[in-house]
Ligand binder design. Structure first.
Ligand SMILES: Nc1ncnc2c1ncn2[C@@H]1O[C@H](COP(=O)(O)OP(=O)(O)O)[C@@H](O)[C@H]1O
Ligand SMILES: [Mg+2]
Length: 211
């Protein structure tokens, strides 16, 4: 039975799509069967996937994009879990019924957050929602600036609010924006770049949490 993880946060621009696509590439390149579901109306993950088809060829993306259909998603996901090792859901940047359905369907909810005060204030209601739905959430600090003292302060603030924070952080790096536009993930380029190491560490940490 596959595991469903969602990348979710009502805050836009926190890295949901970037991390979804990079984890999909990581696990696909490691030999797992991976499905991605784009539940955001902005369809950024679907656009990424279109570019990926252009880059690698229609049948050689290594990943399957599935449709999000809110009407009986909880039933559909049971069937989807039989066919894939990992199902990654990229969630909309809002708190709606869809966000609740996605949280309910997830084995674990991962919440990318840029460690700034404005982003954290916007994230806390979402963490509360996940708790109310009795699902586990883990915050992923994304776009972290090297040596920023603010990151420490923001980590404390999140802990104080009861959040669990992943040990693996994702640093702000242009390669993450560049690879998005050509439908690739950082580990497609090479596994030794600083960003790739961060994605690999994050992927491994997620595996330890969900198994
Ligand atoms: N760690 C990072 N370093 C640099 N740019 C990033 C990073 N994470 C995300 N971005 C960029 O920030 C923007 C928003 O990220 P995105 O993943 O689309 O957020 P969301 O899906 O939460 O709205 C995109 O342009 C993306 O390329
Ligand atoms: Mg997005």
């Amino acid at each position: 039975m596959g595991k469903v993880i969602s990348l979710a946060n009502q805050k836009g621009g926190s890295g949901k799509t970037t991390i979804s696509s990079n984890l999909a590439v990581l696990w696909s390149n490691s030999g797992y069967k991976v499905a991605i579901i784009d539940a955001d109306n902005q369809k950024s993950l679907s656009h990424w996937f279109e570019s990926r088809k252009g880059y690698y060829g229609e049948n050689d993306t290594g990943i399957e994009l599935l449709k999000y259909n809110s009407s009986d998603f909880l039933e559909q996901i049971k069937e989807i879990k039989k066919k894939f090792d990992f199902i990654i859901i990229d969630s909309p940047p809002s708190i709606t019924m869809d966000s609740v359905i996605i949280v309910r369907s997830s084995n674990h909810v991962f919440v990318p957050v840029q460690p700034t005060p404005v982003d954290i204030v916007a994230t806390i209601p979402f963490l509360d929602l996940v708790k109310k739905e009795r699902r586990e959430s883990t915050v992923i600090l994304n776009r972290v600036m090297p040596r920023a003292r603010l990151t420490e302060a923001m980590t404390l603030r999140l802990r104080y609010a009861g959040a669990k924070i992943a040990r693996s952080k994702i640093t702000a790096k242009v390669i993450l924006a560049e690879t998005y536009s050509v439908g690739r993930g950082v580990v497609d380029i090479g596994i030794n770049s600083p960003s790739s190491r961060e994605i690999i560490n994050l992927g491994n940490e997620i595996l330890r949490k969900i198994y």
